[in-house]
Design a protein around this ligand. Structure first.
Ligand code: ADP
Ligand code: MG
Length: 663
């Protein structure tokens, strides 16, 4: 069933573009929400330059004349009398508007200002008053080859094509909150006119998403009670202790406690369903490795899933090292694995000859079967949605699950969104770590920053540089392209500079990252794509431009890329805005504390702020900003479940229960 093909204009090529955006069906299209809105203000006429965007009010000052080209094209032009001047307006292919453009009619024109010709090349003419100062435009993530206009047309067609958009908010709840209808909300989200409407639409869609999320969490939790018929594993303390003694370092108290809790889970008949939270560098991997070791001793297979190939390789190398004295068969499975080798791995997994497989979450997909999968470990769990959470359980026969996350969140909050799991926190860092020193610098102190960078480079250490944008955009935020050119000028003679961002093909990304990891690249300039998990011990400095654009948790994650050895490391935040908030970063390196702060500040982001992506794979909700909605949805979901209302709402039941494949 490939509904996308039903939409006019979506051929094989367009389909690949859409797939790049994660759009595989009509529903994905409809829920490909704008990631932000742009509020257009009326232009300050006398400050416009050639080619600037212009939004201006005026009265129609001449009868429009129309020029028709061969084919269907036409061009209409007329004069507009504004407060400031009389200017010309040209607009293409809107000849049908002519009758509305009567003399002295008040209109607003949006377009591009051709100063030299005293002319606006209009993209839009608006008749109804658009309020004091604004028009709202939706901004979408898209990919080259696919314009916003095309994307929006596909979305509109998808909305029309889908006669039945399922509304998951039960009527009594919709009534209680006076929610607008789903279809209307979807229309507004994609075609915003007024800020208030967008607010209403967002609230409605966010609530629905969070309500369904909470129902799924509750459902999983209720199922968890039935998961008591797992298999208890033998715990050979002697072997485990000797493994721990042979590690190249001494485990921290928190690591030992985490191991105890896991041992308890594994030795009981209960199926483990545990979240291990701990800051970047707190040493979660070795805890997981011990769980895998126990599985190996019990003749079960383990799988470690991570979100990216880079991480998979790194984990693989680390784990091999930790297991160097043990006869355990560890394999790596990523998409770059040659086909022949892949087939061999599949076969050996099925025959039980591989004890531990490391890879991206593709390893758990349908065509992979295990002989005896006993444990699934997932790293950076917040990247996987709640649906995946449930489905992991079903892969092995009552497989135990350990989730690892380096995004610590406050306890009350964790209990809500991870309500279906047990939680272990690692709060202490390994002893030999030096605290990362963080500076907050004003952009005009860039010379100091360059001096600091140079002195690290002189010690043959490596540097990360992060900026919010990839290329020059409408805003004057720093971008990776420009910084790369500037760093080439400043350091390129002596040092190698690499660039990394999300629009690069993944082969290229992996190549650059590997070069950095092996020390061939000295300065890596990137967007936040390096955020997750990578471990380059020789990297000692993280420089973040326009730091105000990032959430505290993201900054904390980024900072965690350095300070991964006993070398003194530094983080430099460059910004002249929002410095009170950023100052927290210079005061603490405790992830739990930072996340408390971050959550305290939640809700400060306004309606038109950029949505943080990646977390939990939500489409519109933002767990941090939408805390209140989440809590309300949680309460309602509880009531809903307590009153067994699911049976009265078959569509909700189907979506909640059908998302999981539990026996
Ligand atoms: P994370 O929690 O971010 O996944 P890792 O497990 O990758 O952290 O550990 C980071 C580094 O610290 C690894 O190189 C690991 O070998 C090392 N490490 C882990 N535990 C300790 C410890 N108790 N003492 C010293 N180094 C440790
Ligand atoms: Mg890790």
């Amino acid at each position: 069933m490939d509904y996308l093909n039903l939409i006019k204009g979506i051929g094989p090529k367009t389909k690949t573009y859409l797939e790049k955006l994660g759009i595989y069906n009509v529903n994905d299209l409809i829920t490909h929400y704008p990631f932000r809105y742009e509020v257009l203000k009326r232009s300050d006429f006398f400050n416009l330059n050639q080619g600037d965007k212009i939004i201006i009010d005026g009265l129609v000052d001449s009868v429009p004349s129309i020029f028709r080209f061969k084919g269907k094209m036409n061009k209409m032009s007329f004069r507009l009398r504004t407060k400031e001047a009389i200017i010309n307006v040209i607009i293409f292919n809107r000849a049908f508007l002519k009758n509305h453009l009567t003399i002295n009619k008040e209109i607003t024109v949006i377009g591009k200002w051709d100063l030299l010709k005293n002319t606006v090349v209009a993209s839009d003419i608006i008749f109804e008053g658009i309020g004091d100062s604004v028009k709202i435009e939706s901004v979408y993530h898209t990919t080259s080859g696919l314009s916003k206009k095309q994307l929006l047309r596909f979305i509109d067609d998808a909305l029309k094509l889908n006669p039945k958009i399922i509304d998951y908010i039960p009527a009594p709840i919709a009534l209680k909150y006076n929610f607008i209808e789903k279809r209307e909300a979807l229309n507004i989200i994609h075609h915003p006119t007024k800020a208030e409407d967008v607010k209403k639409a967002m609230l409605r869609l966010k609530y629905e998403e969070l309500f369904m999320f909470m129902l799924k969490v509750k459902f999983l939790k209720s199922k968890k009670k039935n998961l008591n018929q797992g298999y208890s594993k033998e715990i050979d303390m002697e072997k485990i202790n000797s493994f721990i003694e042979n590690l190249p370092f001494k485990l921290t108290q928190d690591q030992l406690t985490a191991i105890d809790e896991i041992i308890e889970d594994l030795s009981s008949k209960k199926v483990m369903n545990r979240l291990l939270q701990g800051d970047v560098g707190s040493g979660k991997t070795v805890v997981a490795v011990i769980a895998m070791y126990i599985m190996y001793l019990n003749h079960y297979q383990s799988a470690l899933m991570v979100p990216t190939e880079i991480l998979a390789k790194q984990h693989y190398a680390n784990i091999k090292k930790l297991f160097k004295d043990i006869d355990i068969n560890v394999e790596l499975l990523i998409s770059a694995t040659p086909k022949k080798e892949k087939e061999k791995i599949y076969e050996e997994l099925e025959q039980g000859r591989i004890d531990l497989i490391v890879g991206t979450h593709a390893i758990i997909q349908d065509n992979v079967s295990f002989s005896n999968l006993g444990l699934v470990v997932t790293d950076e769990q917040h990247r996987f949605g709640v649906n995946q959470r449930g489905n992991l359980r079903s892969k092995g026969k009552q497989a135990d699950i350990l989730y690892m996350s380096a995004t610590p969140i406050p306890r009350t909050y964790a209990l809500t969104i991870y309500g279906d799991m047990d939680i272990t926190n690692i709060k202490t860092m390994p002893m030999n770590r030096k605290e990362i020193i963080t500076y907050l610098k004003h952009p005009n102190e860039i010379k100091d920053v360059l001096t600091m960078i140079k002195s690290e480079l002189d010690m043959h250490h490596q540097i990360y540089v992060v900026a919010p944008l990839i290329e020059e955009g409408e805003s004057d935020l720093e971008n990776v392209n420009k910084l790369t050119r500037q760093f080439e000028l400043a350091f390129g003679k002596k040092y190698k500079i690499g660039m990394l961002h999300g629009k690069m093909p993944s082969v290229e990304k992996t190549k650059i990252m590997n070069e950095y990891a092996s020390g061939n690249i000295d300065i890596l300039i990137s967007t936040t794509v390096i955020e997750v998990g990578v471990d380059v011990k020789n990297a000692t400095m993280m420089v973040i431009f326009d730091a105000q654009k990032f959430g505290l948790s993201t900054l904390h994650q980024l900072r965690g890329r350095v300070g991964r050895s006993d070398l003194q490391s530094y983080c430099i935040l460059i910004s002249d805005k929002d410095t009170a908030r950023l100052k927290i970063m210079t005061e603490t390196t405790d992830g739990f504390e930072i996340s408390e702060e971050d959550f305290k500040l939640r809700g400060q982001g306004d309606l038109f702020g950029v949505r943080q992506s990646g977390d939990m794979t939500f489409k519109i909700a933002d767990l941090k900003k939408d805390y209140k909605i989440l809590m309300q949805a949680k309460k309602d979901a509880e009531t809903f479940m307590e009153h067994n209302m699911m049976d009265d709402f078959p569509e909700i039941k189907k979506e909640v229960e059908g998302s999981f494949d539990l026996d």
